[in-house]
Design a binder for this molecule. Structure first.
Ligand SMILES: Cc1cc2nc3c(=O)[nH]c(=O)nc-3n(C[C@H](O)[C@H](O)[C@H](O)COP(=O)(O)OP(=O)(O)OC[C@H]3O[C@@H](n4cnc5c(N)ncnc54)[C@H](O)[C@@H]3O)c2cc1C
Length: 465
């Protein structure tokens, strides 16, 4: 790197929890970050799910370097034992952090391309000595900035996966967009509630977001007759379908699955198993009919909520030489550590700059985006990633190489996190440890994890990290 290049800022893409923490770590090392954020405020993605209560406590949601930056401003950390909503996370931690970073965070700046200056991806000559060039758009037009390194912390929120089981949009999915949502709805908002109250809604997906949607729809159904959910699962129902229950080391995460189970057991939702959505057709009255690959056609629904996960947007990195796993679209060294076909426990070995590096030196994908399509990313993972990456960029390899991470296990260790053979649900086992037995049940208040009552949920054993 030339002296000139070394003087350039490190461009961080995205002012979410991972991007802002990366900036804090860079500042701690005396390296100037420039955070480019597409939204009009820091934490724009988190703000879009401000109504969702996190299953992690405040104690697991702040970054140590960020806390150090915030301390002189008089910032006080919220009670570490309590559970914030997305809105709380943004207002009480992420926005103050962006404020203290000041001009180093530029909002309303959408990154559209990253490359080596004067070198497209096929050119080898002098490649590694050229600074990065980052193109972005603002309300005033197009701009570019040069960078010594690029940390992509842009998350996956803007690119939800479709309903189609093939990974492509189901036939008719796009034209049915007026009745499809890809986010957990805020059913406390009267306008949103009116969309689902008294209606029949299909919920597609089997993760924490689907659990939350089912539980909140059940809450609506208690007050609004006619409200009903149809839960579409690719797999069968098994002991691990509802998550780890009480075996989950994050109790509020375990409680989400139990709330979904309660929705089914109490008749507010019907589960349709082994269903791979192939087409979404419009009925004569405008309602939607889900058609499966096996020829099944479900009774019409008024609304569909698709919660099948997220995928990384790699389009603006096309001129950069990335090393991504062909299945997960995660960095090749990281992918085996988080592959849901092997690990459903939610644990991941400590990893940092080495596992997050690419054939193109100086580029890192961190945070939610680093997991590609793998589920179970936790903010704590992202904070350790950016600590290591910032140290490596600053040349402090002693610190960068010393990665430490102990994550709470999900309590679901069937070893088949994404494997969706309908029979796989019944045949839990193998993988990293024993599956959690089916929890027996529940009375749950989603959004109030501290008040959750879990009865007889059996504690399944789980593997160590
Ligand atoms: C509903 C929900 C609940 C969750 N609950 C928990 C929990 O309880 N505990 C936990 O540990 N984790 C939880 N997570 C997972 C994870 O910690 C969060 O998603 C977290 O917000 C990820 O942080 P991030 O910084 O990687 O990405 P994001 O928060 O998505 O931030 C990325 C930022 O990049 C910006 N951006 C995107 N594209 C561009 C671009 N081209 N140019 C510039 N900026 C761009 C976005 O606007 C956004 O502000 C949850 C996730 C979701 C969706």
């Amino acid at each position: 790197m030339t002296t000139t290049t070394a003087d350039l800022p490190v461009v961080v893409i995205g002012a979410g929890p991972a991007g802002l923490a990366a900036a804090a770590h860079l500042v701690e090392h005396g390296v100037e970050p420039l955070v480019l954020e597409a939204g009009q405020a820091a934490a724009s993605a988190v703000r879009e799910w401000s109504h969702v209560r996190l299953f992690s406590t405040w104690g697991e949601l702040t970054d140590p370097a960020a806390e150090k930056l915030l301390a002189p401003t008089g910032w006080t950390k919220p009670d570490p034992a309590t559970y914030p909503s997305g809105g709380d996370w943004a207002e009480l931690y992420l926005q103050p952090l962006a404020d203290v970073l000041g001009d180093r965070v530029r909002v309303g700046a959408t990154v559209t391309g990253v490359s080596r200056t004067g070198r497209d991806r096929i050119v080898d000559a002098d490649r590694e000595t050229q600074p990065f060039v980052v193109h972005f758009t603002t309300a005033d037009g197009e701009e570019r900035v040069f960078a010594r390194a690029v940390i992509d912390a842009s998350g996956t929120w803007t690119t939800p996966s479709p309903a189609g089981a093939s990974g492509l949009a189901a036939l008719g999915e796009k034209t049915a967009a007026d009745r499809i949502s890809y986010r957990v709805p805020d059913l406390k908002d009267p306008a949103v509630r009116a969309r689902y109250a008294g209606k029949r809604t299909a919920v597609i997906g089997s993760g924490a977001s689907a659990f939350t949607a089912l539980a909140t729809l059940a809450d609506v159904a208690r007050d609004e007759p006619g409200t009903h959910a149809v839960w579409i699962l690719r797999r069968g129902i098994s002991g691990s379908t509802f998550g780890g229950g009480e075996a989950d080391q994050l109790p509020a995460r375990g409680a989400l699955g139990l709330a979904a189970k309660a929705a089914v057991d109490n008749g507010y939702a019907d589960a349709v198993t082994g269903f791979r959505t192939e087409a979404i057709e419009r009925d004569t009255d405008g309602r939607l009919v889900l058609a499966g690959e096996d020829g099944r056609r479900l009774d019409p629904v008024d609304e569909v909520i698709v919660l099948t996960g997220f995928r990384p947007d790699l389009s603006f990195l096309s001129e950069i030489r990335l090393g991504l796993d062909e299945r997960l679209q995660a960095p090749v060294e990281l992918a085996p550590l988080i592959d849901p076909n092997q690990h459903s426990c939610g644990t991941v070995y400590p990893h940092g700059h080495k596992e997050l590096s690419h054939p193109e030196p100086g580029v890192y994908l961190v945070g939610m985006k680093s997991y590609g399509r793998a589920p179970t990313f936790l903010a704590m993972t992202g904070y350790e990633q950016v600590r290591s990456v910032a140290a490596a960029i600053a040349g402090d390899f002693e610190s960068a190489d010393r990665v430490e991470l102990t994550l709470p296990e999900t309590g679901v260790c069937g070893g088949a996190g994404l494997f969706d053979d309908p029979a796989a649900g019944q045949a839990d086992g193998g993988g990293c440890c024993a599956p959690a037995p089916a929890p027996a049940l529940v009375q749950i208040g989603v959004g109030a994890p501290a008040a959750t009552v879990i009865e007889e949920a059996s504690a399944g054993g789980c593997c160590g990290s």
